[in-house]
Design a protein around this ligand. Structure first.
Ligand SMILES: Nc1ncnc2c1ncn2[C@@H]1O[C@H](COP(=O)(O)OP(=O)(O)OP(=O)(O)O)[C@@H](O)[C@H]1O
Length: 278
């Protein structure tokens, strides 16, 4: 595992521009001159209007995409391929439907060559930690949405990733399950403390979870608008922290920055719709 030194940076995007070529062949600048730095063990939430480039930012860190300009480094190494030591969680489940919970969770270590007996024992431990003891032999279709998210968390955390990239991982869940999963995520994160980049549309969720909330501007040519340190003490009770005075103050402050971008994105999409209709 990477030895963390003071001042170390887990993730650094520096002057990043990302251009795509659209289906009509014209270039589209999704990100322009974007700087983002995440320290080892930091929980960073990224919020911004729809389509501004949140997922694109994650794909650059993961190595699935390359920047058109600027640099992306992970632990000081320029990203040049699929980044090792990175876990992912998306809105849709990435667990294998034909494998049991135990086989899904042990798949990572088995793939890395860990002996079967050790991988299975480790998987049983993680299954217990995510609250699924007794469900080892179930298949994903026999589980609720929240339980499948727990499997996905165990499947990631068993690999002790130094970086966890999460793209609206709980947005398909009902409100109560979502709040519960957020609380569980924080307890589990505390066990191995990876650096997290958590993309969400939900500002309450962002503040409740994160050490830092980063607000992106409306696209195109998205960049970082502002960065807010969240000084709420840990451990946090996710379902209750939103009633605290400091939480409400932070919410107002960050929403002020976010609202202008949401409004800008909305007017862009409505004027585009009007142009297309005329
Ligand atoms: N492969 C691609 N080719 C062309 N354009 C793309 C591609 N991937 C993303 N884009 C465009 O880049 C912009 C940013 O997309 P991205 O998915 O990163 O936004 P997002 O903030 O994650 O969106 P949402 O909040 O709706 O999930 C969008 O306008 C999208 O259409």
């Amino acid at each position: 595992m990477h030895a963390v030194k003071p001042g170390d940076t887990a993730i650094e995007l520096s002057g990043v521009t990302k251009q795509f070529t659209t289906d009509s062949g014209t270039p589209y600048t999704a990100l322009r001159d974007l700087d983002l730095r995440v320290a080892p063990g930091e929980f960073c939430a990224v919020v911004g209007p729809t389509g501004c480039g949140k997922s694109t930012t994650l794909t650059l860190v993961s190595g699935l995409e390359r920047p058109s300009a600027g640099s992306v480094t992970v632990h000081g190494q320029r990203v040049a391929g699929i980044t090792p030591g990175v876990g992912f969680m998306f809105q849709t489940d990435a667990i294998l439907p034909w494998k049991t919970v135990l086989d899904n969770v042990s798949a990572g270590p088995r793939f890395r060559g860990v002996a079967k007996r050790v991988a299975l024992a480790d998987a049983r431990d993680w299954i217990r930690r995510v609250g699924l003891a007794g469900f080892e032999d179930r298949y994903p279709h026999q589980l609720s949405g929240g339980m499948r998210k727990r499997v996905a968390l165990a499947q990631n955390l068993i690999n002790e990733p130094e970086i966890l990239l999460m793209d609206e991982p709980f947005s398909a869940l009902d409100v109560q399950t979502r709040a519960k999963m957020s609380g569980e995520l924080l307890s589990l994160w505390d066990l191995t403390r990876p650096a997290v980049v958590f993309v969400t549309h939900d500002l309450e969720e962002a503040i409740a979870l994160a050490d830092t909330v980063v607000v992106l501007t409306a696209g195109p040519a998205t960049t970082v608008k502002a960065r807010f340190p969240i000084d709420l003490p840990r451990p946090r009770v996710v379902q209750e922290i939103r009633f605290e005075r400091r939480f409400v103050d932070l919410y107002h402050q960050i929403w002020e920055a976010l609202r202008a971008e949401v409004d800008a994105a909305y007017s862009q999409s409505t004027s585009l719709g009007e142009k297309e209709a005329s």
